[in-house]
Design a protein around this ligand. Structure first.
Ligand code: HEC
Ligand code: HEC
Ligand code: HEC
Ligand code: HEC
Length: 439
């Protein structure tokens, strides 16, 4: 077994996450049979204790402190105001600004502009960056955004406004509200003003509370916390309110969501050239992660386990880093994978999955783009009745939905390759059915 030498935490030792007993103990046993023995044998224990020492979630120094007085009118205690109570967390939180690399998806995958024709994403579609860019990015995007509902996932100040005004806040003008908000995704977003209570997690986004209701209890807090935004949503046509198209883990599958959208005749846009009423999936990380086929979700891992490292400050405080990173960029997080994956090269494992999924996306995306061209041609040819065109449009709508559900998910297959492949295969299936209807 390869032993990582990592930073100098004094606590923890070899038993990674030793405290999250039940669910991880189970996972651990399972993993031994699946990936071979990754644990310390008595032979290497000695060596391991000398060289592999890193803190685990069980070692975190949870503290209770009084909330600072806020000077802010809306009552949202800002990250800056928490800095004195939680210096390490604050510093790590500010580090999301290191994640400033973006890919221009439209340049990278040429078929996209054609598929998204008539919608904002055909004009401007870059990959995401760290949380500290949320407000800058929403203010600078070339995609149109008339209403304030675009601020839903960008700033704690808007969340507080929604919580104060109710749904009316969603249909306010973007420009009117954007000049009044300044905090990005903030402590309030995930903790309300309760961060001082050992980092208590609170769901602050109203559409999650309304949409999931009591079913929130079946989702780990540290999944739901991220799932306030890393999800599929839509703007309700009647009041423009940000809403989720499901009410439970069972109904957040791509099949059930499509069924729901069909049942309320919802479309994000009608594409002029094809006449099709299309759906634009957003970033269904939580749905994909909790979806059928997800190995880690079934073992009880949360988003935080893989995206928030346990770190130790110079003065010895063990805390949860709030720099939300790819696990591949954090040695501390990669260390936790060894518990189940042994000495597997995790970067190579993840990249191999992503390469396969990306290659399939190119195949299916190209076929979808070709279908769109044929449909646009049929649409103006005069050779088809409206019924005939509608039958093809419906299949095209489903194909676009399944393609998008995979494509826009930010892990590129790493969260749940089973579901990613299912989406791409299903999309391809719809494309073939549609192609069979052309004369
Ligand atoms: C209030 C909404 C919101 C919440 C809650 C939220 N995020 Fe985000 N997240 C975003 C937005 C918006 C972006 C994209 C920012 C940009 O590009 O300007 C983002 C970007 C990211 C990125 C960078 C993605 C990339 O491609 O570089 C990571 C990683 C991330 N979030 C992880 C998390 C995790 C883990 C949680 C839970 C602990 C979480 N987020 C909670 C809204 C949110
Ligand atoms: C078992 C570990 C694991 C869990 C649990 C997990 N992720 Fe990930 N996540 C990954 C990996 C691996 C990647 C791919 C990273 C890369 O490409 O560099 C990823 C990528 C991402 C990205 C894109 C980041 C980037 O830099 O490109 C976001 C955003 C994200 N995850 C959010 C979430 C959310 C939200 C949850 C919970 C619903 C979650 N993850 C649960 C392992 C995990
Ligand atoms: C995007 C969501 C998100 C934001 C923003 C966020 N937190 Fe957290 N925080 C979490 C999650 C999730 C956990 C629990 C992680 C786990 O279970 O591993 C946590 C844990 C904590 C803890 C307990 C662990 C520890 O190290 O003491 C404290 C305290 C805390 N957060 C404070 C803050 C403060 C202060 C801010 C603002 C500077 C902040 N958080 C911003 C999601 C967030
Ligand atoms: C609690 C045990 C456990 C932990 C911790 C764990 N994994 Fe896994 N993971 C598994 C098991 C079991 C499988 C299924 C067998 C396999 O593919 O190796 C798996 C599969 C995977 C897959 C393939 C998923 C898919 O849908 O194709 C990836 C990628 C992955 N793990 C990445 C990671 C990363 C990165 C970490 C650390 C941040 C990690 N895992 C931590 C148990 C774990």
């Amino acid at each position: 077994m390869e032993i990582f030498t990592c930073y100098n935490s004094v606590k923890g030792g070899l038993e990674i996450m030793k405290g999250k007993t039940l669910k991880l103990a189970l996972a651990f046993l399972l993993s031994l049979s699946l990936v071979g023995c990754s644990s310390n044998t008595s032979d290497d224990t000695q060596e391991a204790e000398e060289t592999t020492t890193f803190a685990t979630r069980d070692d975190v120094d949870y503290v209770t402190v009084d909330a600072p007085e806020t000077e802010r009118e809306n009552g949202v205690i800002s990250a800056d105001e928490w800095a004195e109570s939680f210096p390490e967390i604050y510093e790590s939180y500010m580090m999301t600004s290191d994640n400033n690399y973006t890919t221009d998806y439209l340049a990278q995958d040429e078929y996209l502009t054609n598929i998204y024709e008539g919608y904002g994403f055909a004009k401007d579609y870059n990959s995401a960056q760290g949380h500290s860019y949320c407000l800058d990015d929403v203010n600078n995007t070339e995609r149109p955004h008339a209403l304030a509902n675009c601020l839903t996932c960008k700033t704690a100040d808007y969340t507080a406004l929604v919580n104060a005004l109710g749904k009316d806040a969603y249909s306010m003008a973007f420009d009117e509200v954007s000049s009044t908000v300044s905090e990005n995704v903030g402590c309030y977003t995930c903790h309300e003003n309760q961060a001082g209570n050992e980092g208590q997690l609170v769901v602050t986004h109203d559409y999650i509370i309304e949409g999931l209701g009591d079913n929130m209890d079946s989702i780990d807090d540290a999944v739901l916390s991220c799932g306030q935004c890393h999800i599929e949503y839509y703007f309700n046509p009647s009041d423009k309110a940000t809403s989720i198209p499901y009410s439970s883990v069972e109904t957040m599958s791509p099949d059930a969501i499509l069924e729901y959208y069909n049942s309320i005749d919802f479309a994000d846009w009608t594409q002029e050239s094809t006449g099709a009423k299309l759906l634009k999936a957003q970033h269904p990380e939580m749905e994909t992660y909790l979806g059928e086929g997800s190995v880690h979700a079934s073992m009880g891992l949360s988003c935080a386990d893989c995206h928030m490292a346990v770190e130790t400050s110079e003065s010895g405080t063990v805390y949860i880093s709030h720099n939300l990173v790819s696990p591949l960029d954090s040695e501390a997080i990669l260390n936790t994978c060894t518990q189940c994956h042994g000495d597997t090269d995790m970067v190579a494992k993840v990249e191999a999955i992503q390469e396969k999924i990306t290659a399939r996306e190119t195949e299916v995306g190209t076929a979808l783009s070709e279908l769109k061209d044929k449909l646009a041609e049929a649409n103006t040819s005069g050779n088809y009745t409206e019924e005939e065109l509608d039958a093809i449009r419906d299949l095209y709508r489903s194909a676009q939905w399944y393609f998008d559900f995979d494509y826009v998910e930010n892990s590129e297959g790493a969260h749940n390759s089973t579901l990613a492949n299912y989406c791409l295969d299903t999309s391809e299936d719809y494309i073939e059915q549609a192609n069979a209807l052309f004369k």
